[in-house]
Design a protein around this ligand. Structure first.
Ligand code: ADP
Ligand code: MG
Length: 626
């Protein structure tokens, strides 16, 4: 065929204009796109050759070669993949057939600014070469066709392109970029290597470049005949599990995470179905220093068909799993997918859900393992990451039940590692709630007066001392049908655990003591919402409780520490009418002083701070010296 000049489809002109005008700030992506096309072409050959091995001709090793010519100012990307026939060159490089681009076109509004934003969300592909080139020549021969049926396609990327028949011995395609003035940086080996390292290291084909040697006479690098690979050409996650050693998994983890330690666990799967992707996800052994920063992006890299797309694609993992490191390689997403599009994509949603389940499964298999060493790993994980995992209980409703099973606490029974299953298994006959107390630290929690009656009756109480626990509790009301109940909120109701005789006796004592309670209420009217007799205390004279629905003293302190103002509600003072100090009140001449001491001590006992410590000291001193 003689040289013909053909016109681009109207949409192509539009795309060309947009690509060259709006993507200039990120121009190096053209190489990623062209290498990706070369890799696709090799994949296609491999696929067609399954039924027709002759297509390999005499070159069975698929590869991509990148060469540059400083004098001619050209950069050439050559592959020995499937190649293009003349018709294919006209159709595939002159019109837009693929659905993603057509969808993109349908969204174009003709408003250049808005359209430019859109373009970032779709694959720009081959035409991105025109960002840096003022002419692109493609020379190709389709595998299986004779050498005389090669094609040369050429265009300046404006209105039209030329095609002609050429003779080309080599199968596959060369894309020759005639670089614009000012784009000479793409004519240096180190620049090309660094772009390939950044975007295409995991392309599983070798990407070759000619070696260079320093020429002392010329004082410059001189290109040699010999070719050598510049990428690792090993996408670990694309290989089958049985071919990968534990050491290789660890090595890869270190490489992507910059961690020096081996990971705690990993999961590697190929997922097929509505959304097709491969995931290789790791849980680190130690928390990073910035684990608490919820704005920190996750640690999962996104690849599309082995081409690197972006680091830290937060849309691929829920925030509470931000410590997970790894790679997700999708077969469905467009190459130029943006962060914004990731947030909305249904494929991404499916990937996120699937990956979340995998990570939870990985943690569950450690936590529930028969092997004590595996369970110890979970305990170690919990120590470092447990507080972050707790965020998930409130954020991920679909997995709340699974997450709840992974929670571990301290309790009056054991200092760590208590699961809800453990707790439920130890519940007393007739116990119908899961009891807990929140405090600033374990020692404070353990010595809370509110625990006394529970200790006496041998009922286990969870000791919640993590900052996020209050938040957790605002999302978790019950476990396996048993409500979670604070031992420091509302009046104690031990339900069936308290026998009727006891209850009755307590009520009688309280009634007899009512006049004293009324006087206390009057004396403390600015400090306590109410004063009442309680059966929750055994050894302590008094304690503070908050009404059901009010925020606890512990939460109020947390809010204050974080600079937020907590709504001020006075607590209820509960007194142990059997206690000697309380009994003394009845006959005391210094009733008001004693009442305030009682209150202040209750504040101190729950780890609170006195509003007026000096007044407390004065009162106690007066009492001691009286
Ligand atoms: P996409 O790769 O998403 O299909 P591109 O704009 O990158 O879109 O490429 C358009 C088409 O041009 C490809 O689908 C393919 O048919 C053809 N093509 C581009 N580069 C090559 C190549 N190196 N070898 C064979 N065909 C190619
Ligand atoms: Mg492409």
């Amino acid at each position: 065929m003689d040289k013909q000049t053909l016109s681009f489809q109207a949409e192509v002109k539009q795309i060309l204009h947009l690509v060259t005008h709006s993507l200039y700030s990120n121009k190096e992506i053209f190489l990623r796109e062209l290498v990706s096309n070369a890799s696709d072409a090799c994949d296609k050959l491999r696929f067609e050759a399954l039924n027709n091995a002759a297509l390999y001709e005499d070159a069975p090793n698929l590869e991509v070669r990148i060469a540059f010519d400083k004098a001619a100012k050209t950069l050439t990307i050559t592959d020995n993949g499937i190649g293009l026939s003349t018709d294919e060159a006209v159709a595939n490089l002159g019109t837009i057939a693929k659905s993603g681009t057509r969808e993109f076109m349908s969204k174009l509004e003709g408003d250049q600014k808005k359209d430019a934003q859109l373009i970032g969300q779709f694959g720009v592909g081959f035409y991105s070469g025109f960002i840096v080139a003022d002419r692109i020549t493609v020379e190709s021969r389709r595998a299986g066709l004779p050498a005389e049926q090669g094609v040369r396609w050429s265009s300046e990327g404006s209105g039209d392109f030329e095609v002609e028949t050429i003779t080309r011995a080599q199968r596959g395609t060369s894309v020759i970029l005639h670089l614009r003035d000012g784009e000479e940086e793409f004519l240096t080996a180190w620049k090309l290597r660094s772009i390939i390292g950044k975007y295409s290291d995991h392309i599983s084909l070798p990407i070759l470049m000619q070696k260079e040697e320093w020429d002392a006479d010329k004082q410059e690098q001189v290109v040699q005949e010999e070719w050598a690979p510049v990428n690792k050409a090993a996408a670990l996650w694309t290989r089958s599990k049985s071919d990968i050693t534990p050491e290789q998994y660890t090595e890869f983890y270190k490489q992507i995470s910059y961690d020096t330690e081996a990971p705690l666990a990993f999961t590697h799967n190929r997922v097929e179905g509505r959304s097709e992707y491969t995931q290789l996800l790791y849980v680190p052994a130690k928390a990073p220093f910035d684990l608490w920063n919820r704005d920190k992006r996750g640690g999962v890299k996104l690849y599309v068909k082995r081409v690197f797309i972006m680091d830290d694609a937060e849309a691929l993992m829920p925030v509470y799993l931000r410590f997970v490191k790894g790679v997700i390689d999708s077969a469905d997403l467009p190459l130029n997918v943006s962060r914004e599009l990731l947030q909305e994509s249904r494929d991404v949603k499916a990937i996120r859900e699937g990956s979340t389940k995998r990570v939870l499964g990985m943690l569950e298999s450690l936590a529930d393992s028969e092997d004590a060493a595996e369970r110890a790993k979970y305990a170690a994980f919990w120590k470092d990451f447990g507080a972050v995992l707790k965020e998930g209980v409130g954020e991920d409703h679909a997995n709340q039940e699974r997450l709840t099973k992974l929670l571990r606490f301290a309790s009056t029974h054991a200092d760590e590692g208590v699961s809800f299953a453990d707790y439920l298994g130890r519940m007393k006959e007739g116990q119908d709630a899961i009891y807990y107390i929140t405090a600033d630290n374990l020692a404070g929690a353990k010595s809370s007066p509110q625990l006394e009656i529970f200790r006496k009756k041998g009922i286990e109480v969870l000791l919640l001392v993590d900052r996020v626990d209050e938040w957790l509790l605002s999302h978790l009301y019950e476990v396996e049908g048993k409500p979670l109940q604070s031992v420091a909120k509302g009046s104690v109701d031990l339900g069936k655990l308290q026998d009727e005789a006891e209850k009755k006796q307590a009520e009688e004592v309280a009634t007899a003591f009512q006049p004293v309670l009324d006087r206390l209420k009057e004396a403390l009217k600015d400090r306590a919402k109410d004063v009442r007799a309680t059966s929750r205390l055994v050894d302590s004279p008094a304690c503070l409780v908050v009404e059901e629905g009010d925020i606890s003293g512990h939460l109020a302190r947390l809010l204050k520490q974080s600079g937020q103002s907590a709504p001020k509600t006075n607590p209820v003072l509960e007194v142990n009418v059997e206690h000697a100090l309380v009994k003394r009140l009845e006959t005391s001449a210094q009733f008001d002083e004693l009442a305030n001491i009682l209150f202040d001590q209750a504040v101190l006992a729950e780890g609170g701070q006195l509003e007026d410590p000096a007044a407390y000291v004065r009162r106690v001193t007066a009492l001691l010296t009286a």
